[in-house]
Design a protein around this ligand. Structure first.
Ligand SMILES: CCCCCCCC(=O)SCCNC(=O)CCNC(=O)[C@H](O)C(C)(C)COP(=O)(O)OP(=O)(O)OC[C@H]1O[C@@H](n2cnc3c(N)ncnc32)[C@H](O)[C@@H]1OP(=O)(O)O
Length: 218
């Protein structure tokens, strides 16, 4: 499968590039939120649009001809800047930064007005997006990565926009299938629970262990 790259960027240079990527990502994230909730006069909206179009023209001066993909650096770090959940340079991504413990992965993060579904609540599809990623991470962390085959979600109560926590763990593995479970919670308690089956695809089963371990990365 294409889209997985190996790079050799010196560690300090990669750190510097990450700061720049996060900077522009955060600025556009703030722009997206401001665009949703702004209440300024129309003249100001039109002026802002002119500036945004100018910024887009600068960024379009040179571009990669595919999606960003996943880039593994020689110092062990991984760039998934286009990822819809974690990508630091992707303004669609909150971004969620996962941590890993002995038996689970988790993240604390915040979702702003651009993720709204019902008034004041997170869109159900966004909840699914986050849960897919956290369960997938649990599979990777357990050394049994795979592509999402099935994801089932029980929405127990509305998830208020703002601060929340997600976590996931492995229930069991059966051959090429990893069964993961997880949840999203706010100060109101558990809002959504998920069960997922992550499958090592047929085409990846023949790869060496190092390349196979990258399959679940997204
Ligand atoms: C760190 C980052 C975390 C990332 C998390 C996010 C991950 C993602 O979003 S991945 C993107 C979304 N998912 C996809 O695009 C996957 C698309 N589907 C596929 O590629 C394939 O259908 C795939 C890989 C799921 C299975 O295909 P294939 O490798 O041919 O499986 P196959 O050999 O037929 O079946 C293997 C086993 O899985 C089972 N199975 C196959 N498909 C499914 C499915 N969709 N759901 C449940 N079980 C399934 C089979 O019954 C079989 O079980 P058993 O071994 O008990 O007989």
């Amino acid at each position: 499968m294409s889209g997985y790259f190996t790079e050799e960027i010196p560690a300090e240079e990669l750190t510097r590039q990450m700061e720049v990527a996060r900077g522009v990502g955060d600025s556009v994230r703030a722009l997206v939120a401001a665009t949703v909730v702004t209440d300024v006069d129309e003249d100001d909206v039109i002026e802002a649009q002119r500036l945004i179009d100018a910024a887009t023209a600068i960024l379009e001066r040179r571009r990669i001809d595919s999606s960003f993909g996943i880039r593994f650096n020689s110092d062990g770090r991984q760039r998934n800047w286009g990822n819809a959940v974690e990508g630091i340079r992707n303004p669609v991504a909150p971004p969620v930064e996962f941590e890993a413990g002995d038996d689970r992965v988790w993240a604390e993060f915040s979702l702003g007005p651009q993720y709204e579904g019902p008034p004041g609540l997170v869109h159900g599809g966004v909840i699914a997006l986050i849960l897919d990623q956290v369960l997938g991470h649990a599979a990777v962390h357990a050394g049994a990565p795979g592509m999402t085959g099935t994801l089932s979600i029980r929405y127990r109560q509305g998830t208020k926009l703002g601060s929340m926590r997600t976590e996931a763990w492995i229930d069991r593995t059966e051959g090429v299938k990893t069964f993961a479970k997880g949840q999203i919670s706010t100060a109101d308690g558990i809002c959504a629970e998920a069960e997922g089956i992550f499958i090592m695809p047929r085409w990846a089963r023949e790869l060496d262990i190092d390349r196979r371990s990258r399959i679940g990365d997204a």
